[in-house]
Ligand binder design. Structure first.
Ligand SMILES: *Cc1c(COP(=O)(O)O)cnc(C)c1O
Length: 476
C-alpha cells in the first residue's frame, strides 16, 4: 500500500486498494521507553503515542489538539480513564466518563478537534452523515457540536432508541447538528446512508463524510487507554532495584477484557500489544451475536445478515459484521494484502471463510494473546447482580458481558482489567431487571428529559434525505 498523509487518512477512510488503512509497521517500543511514560498525564501519554504515527504534522499542533480534547471538563476526572481496583484479580478501567457516557467519546472527542483543525487549514467543510442505534450517534454529535466546518446529519430509527439516548441526542440544539428520526429500523437508516454515499457525484458535491469505527484516527486514539490502564494496574519498578537481580526481560503483565462489536476497541488493544505493551491476554467478549467468538473458537468467520442479528440487552454489540476485523486478519496473515483480499472474496462468494487448517490461526493465542467467549441475557443479569453484591458497583450490560467472559481467563498474579464501555444510566430497563432498582443518573444528566429537543421525522425516502441535506449544507 502506498503511504498517505495523516490528513487524507483522517478525512478519507479507505486505502487506495479499497482495503482499510493500516500503518506500514507498528512502532516497537522497548520496555525502558514504555516505563518512561508511566508518570505522564493522559494528554501527555496520548501525545507520546500518537506522534509515533503522525509524523507529517507539526508536533505543536498535534499536542495542542490533544490537550484540548482530554480535559477535566470533557471527562470529569484528571485521569480521563480512571482505574478502579476491585480485588487482587479484577480492575475496572472506566472509559465512559465522557459527554455521551460511552467509551466512544474518547476517540470521538479528539476526532472532532482534528477535523476542525484540518478543515480550517484547508478552507474546506465536511458533512458527516451517519446512522446510529445509540452510542455512536451521540458520541459523534457531542464531539462535533459547535465545530467550525463540520455538520452532522444523524439518522436514527424513530422511537427505537432508549429514552435516555434519544434525549441525549435530540437535546443538542447546536445549529450544525441535524437529528433525523427515520420511520424504520436501524438497518433502514444504514441503507439510506449507504445509498447516499454510493452516489459519488452527490457525495463529492456535498462533501459527505463519515466517522464510523473503521476511521484509523479513532482506532489510534483508543490505543492510549490500554497503556494508561497498564500503568494504573501495575507498579513501577524502582530504578535503584534495576540491577543484575532484576529480570528486566520479564515485565509485569496484565490482561484486558473487551466488550466487542465492530472489533474497534480490541483492535486498539492488539496494536498496543504489537507495540510492546506487556499484555498477556486480550479477552474478546460478545453477546448473543457471537460471530467473533465463533471465529476465535473454530477458525470460521461467517458474518451474519442483518435479519440474523439478534436484538439484545447489550445493543451496541449487536453487530453482524465486524468492520475492523480485516485489520487483525491482515496481521494474522503476516500482513499479506493478497491473502487478506482472497479471504474477503470468499465471504462474497460463499458467505464465510475458514482458516482452521492454517497454522497461523492455530498459533494466534501464542502470537496475539486473543481469546474469546460469549455472554447472554441471563448471564448479563447475573453478572450485574453479582458484581453489585461483591463490589457495590453497578455496571452496564455491555461491561457485564466483558466481565462475564473474563472469568474463564483470569490467572493469579495477572491483573484482569475489564473495560467499562458505557454507564449504567444509559440502560435503566436492564439494570432494573437485574437489581430491582434504577441506576443513579450522573450529575448534569438529571434533567435531561426535560430539555427542549430538536429533530425532524422523515420517511424512508432517499430523494427526501438528499433534498434535506441539500437545503441544510452548502455545496462545494
Ligand atoms: C461500540 C460499543 C461497544 C463495541 O465496541 P467495538 O469497538 O465496536 O468492538 C461495546 N460497548 C459499548 C457500550 C459500545 O458503545
Amino acid at each position: 500500500m502506498t503511504p498517505s498523509s495523516f490528513e487524507d487518512i483522517l478525512l478519507g477512510g479507505l486505502a487506495p486498494d479499497g482495503g482499510l488503512v493500516v500503518p506500514e509497521a507498528y512502532p516497537r517500543c522497548d520496555p525502558t521507553l514504555i516505563e518512561s511514560w508511566r508518570g505522564l498525564t493522559y494528554a501527555e501519554l496520548a501525545f507520546a503515542i500518537l506522534k509515533l504515527y503522525v509524523s507529517d504534522w507539526p508536533e505543536s499542533s498535534l499536542r495542542a489538539l490533544i490537550d484540548k480534547s482530554y480535559t477535566l471538563m470533557a471527562f470529569g476526572t484528571r485521569e480521563v480513564t480512571p482505574l478502579k481496583t476491585l480485588d487482587e484479580q479484577y480492575c475496572l478501567l472506566r472509559l465512559s466518563n465522557g459527554p455521551s457516557l460511552a467509551f466512544k467519546d474518547i476517540a470521538m472527542q479528539l476526532l472532532g478537534n482534528l477535523f476542525e483543525y484540518v478543515l480550517l487549514k484547508r478552507g474546506e467543510h465536511l458533512n458527516i452523515l451517519g446512522a446510529t442505534s445509540g452510542d455512536t450517534g451521540s458520541a459523534a454529535e457531542y464531539a462535533m457540536r459547535g465545530k467550525r466546518g463540520v455538520r452532522v446529519f444523524m439518522l436514527s430509527p424513530d422511537g427505537k432508541m432508549s429514552r435516555f439516548q434519544t434525549a441525549q441526542m435530540f437535546s443538542l440544539l447546536d445549529n450544525n447538528i441535524f437529528n433525523i428520526a427515520l420511520d424504520g429500523v436501524f438497518d433502514d437508516a444504514q441503507d439510506l446512508v449507504k445509498a447516499v454515499s454510493a452516489d459519488l457525484v452527490f457525495k463529492d458535491r456535498y462533501a459527505i463524510g463519515t466517522v464510523n469505527s473503521i476511521n484509523w484516527a479513532r482506532v489510534l486514539a483508543q490505543v492510549v487507554y490500554y497503556f494508561k490502564g497498564y500503568f494504573a494496574a501495575t507498579k513501577a519498578v524502582p530504578t535503584d532495584r534495576v540491577d543484575l537481580h532484576t529480570d528486566v526481560s520479564k515485565p509485569q503483565e496484565v490482561s484486558f477484557s473487551v466488550p466487542s462489536g465492530n472489533f474497534g476497541n480490541i483492535l486498539a488493544g492488539h496494536i498496543a500489544r504489537q507495540m510492546g505493551l506487556p499484555i498477556r491476554r486480550l479477552v474478546l467478549a460478545t453477546n448473543e451475536n457471537n460471530v467473533l467468538d465463533e471465529f476465535f473458537k473454530t477458525g470460521r468467520y461467517r458474518p451474519r445478515l442483518s435479519q440474523e442479528t439478534r436484538q439484545t440487552t447489550s445493543p451496541s454489540m449487536d453487530i453482524s459484521k465486524a468492520s475492523n476485523f480485516e485489520r487483525f486478519m491482515f496481521d494474522l496473515l503476516d500482513r499479506d494484502p493478497e491473502q487478506t483480499r482472497n479471504l474477503w472474496a470468499k465471504i462474497d462468494e460463499q458467505g464465510y471463510f475458514d482458516v482452521a487448517g492454517d497454522p497461523r490461526w492455530q498459533m494466534q493465542v501464542e502470537r496475539f494473546g486473543m481469546v474469546s467467549g460469549s455472554s447472554s441475557h441471563r448471564l448479563r443479569l447475573e453478572t450485574i447482580r453479582q458484581f453489585y453484591h461483591r463490589y457495590g458497583e453497578v455496571i452496564d450490560p455491555h461491561t457485564a458481558d466483558g466481565v462475564a467472559v473474563a472469568k474463564a481467563y483470569a490467572e493469579p498474579g495477572i491483573p484482569m482489567i475489564c473495560l467499562e464501555t458505557a454507564q449504567p444510566a444509559k440502560f435503566p430497563d436492564t439494570i432494573v431487571e437485574a437489581l430491582g432498582h434504577a441506576p443513579s443518573v450522573p450529575a448534569g444528566f438529571q434533567e435531561l428529559s426535560q430539555r427542549p429537543q430538536r429533530f425532524c421525522r422523515m420517511p424512508r425516502d432517499l430523494a427526501m434525505l438528499k433534498s434535506y441535506i441539500r437545503s441544510h449544507a452548502p455545496a462545494r
